[in-house]
Design a protein. Structure first.
Length: 397
């Protein structure tokens, strides 16, 4: 009987050891080590100040990663059910983090960024988010995480080229709320204004905004998070949704900014952009209004004026902005393909979509890999059960 027990113990030890080898740091020798701030799962809670973000993105397919052999994965599934739960999950997730690190190494060679630059800092934070996702909850979404890594790198490289040429400056101040002090500098600021509900943020929002910095040449993208709306009772309240959104935006400092100007109102984005301009009455500001191309039309499905006629009408109204100092432009995000040309007096450009299907609705339905880990972690810490997320201990509320 003792000999039988000894043999059984040895047979159980082998797959557990194999799983540890895949997950452990020893499996990644020879790959560049990321700074601790880039891989810490607790990064997001420490970043609470409002911030900025930027980078252009291409629609090219991500590099094909060198997938490490998965010989250890089947072994981890062999033990009896009572012993399998943790090791069985560890092997695939360890494999995904190894794949991501291998991809990061190749991206570093293809898309180098200056050490100590703001673009390099954003890249490190994005990679930390992806590694945390792969370890905690995004095991089946390896292709998505790799696409986010490669597309964000391409965007950041384009942003860096804008910085090197002196074409953008994310430190230029713009007043974004009544609580902000007046901005006295006389520089010419260029901003993107992106109204979103952020319930929650998903990677599509963030990659498009990075692309806007590089392609439109804006100093930063200002996210206007929607206020509470009695017409949308299912929307997460401002008191929870906005702090969660700020933690996500802080990862992209100094290229993204947060504005609370919609709080306490049900005003649409086509109105709130003028309220931001009105806060900067003596600053020269070019503002790009960012919206999906499903709004590239004259009237909406209810027969009411859509984005272009609403912006034209509001620009002609006395809303506190300066018709001489403030320039208004529109960037439509391609979602539904090309449309016929729409007559307008405004400058119009188009931003390509991120190349994968992404929406906050999908996140709320359970596709959690689409959300940055900062939002995932905030919700699990503060809002148990939101978005059908599991509790921190792995059980459901």
């Amino acid at each position: 009987m003792r000999r039988l027990r000894l043999l059984l113990a040895l047979s159980l030890a082998v797959p557990v050891h194999a799983a540890v080898l895949v997950e452990g740091e020893g499996a990644f020798s020879g790959l560049p080590a990321l700074p601790p701030s880039a891989i810490s799962a607790s990064l997001a809670p420490a970043l609470t100040a409002p911030s900025l973000l930027s980078a252009p993105i291409s629609s090219e397919k991500p590099l094909a990663p060198n997938v490490a052999p998965a010989a250890a994965a089947p072994a981890a599934a062999a033990p009896a059910a009572a012993h399998v739960a943790a090791p069985a999950a560890a092997a695939p997730r360890g494999e995904e983090t190894a794949r991501l690190r291998a991809l990061f190494s190749r991206l570093d060679a293809q898309f180098p960024l200056p050490d100590g630059s703001p673009t390099a800092a954003v890249r490190a934070r994005v990679r930390g988010q992806l590694l945390s996702a792969a370890r905690e909850y995004a095991e089946p979404e390896a292709d998505l995480l790799e696409t986010v890594a490669s597309e964000s790198d391409r965007a950041l490289v384009r942003i860096q080229s804008r910085l090197d040429a002196g074409e953008i400056d994310p430190t230029r101040g713009v007043r974004l709320s009544q609580d902000d002090p007046p901005v006295s500098e006389e520089t010419h600021a260029r901003i993107g204004v992106y109204p979103v509900a952020a319930d929650p943020f998903q990677w599509g929002h963030l990659l498009v905004a990075l692309r806007a910095v590089g392609e439109l040449g804006v100093d930063k993208v200002v996210f206007v998070l929607a206020g509470d709306d009695p017409r949308k009772p299912a929307m997460t309240p401002v008191a929870d949704r906005h702090p969660m959104g700020r933690e996500v935006l802080a990862l992209f400092s100094p290229f993204f900014a947060y504005s609370p100007i919609a709080v306490g109102t049900t005003l649409d984005g086509e109105t709130n952009i003028f309220r931001i301009l009105a806060l900067n009455p003596e600053r020269r500001v070019d503002a790009w209004y960012m919206v999906g191309d499903d709004h590239y039309r004259l009237v909406d499905k209810n027969g009411n004026p859509d984005t272009l006629p609403k912006l034209e009408a509001n620009f002609a109204r006395p809303l506190g902005h300066s018709p001489t100092l403030h320039a208004l432009k529109v960037a439509f995000i391609r979602r539904e393909g090309s449309a016929d040309w729409i007559p307008t007096s405004l400058d119009v450009d188009f931003l390509d979509h991120v190349g994968f299907d992404a929406s906050s609705t999908q996140v709320r339905g359970g596709r959690h890999a689409l959300m940055p880990h900062a939002a995932y972690d905030y919700a699990r810490r503060n809002l148990p059960g939101l978005y059908n997320l599991p509790a921190r201990d792995g059980s459901d509320h």
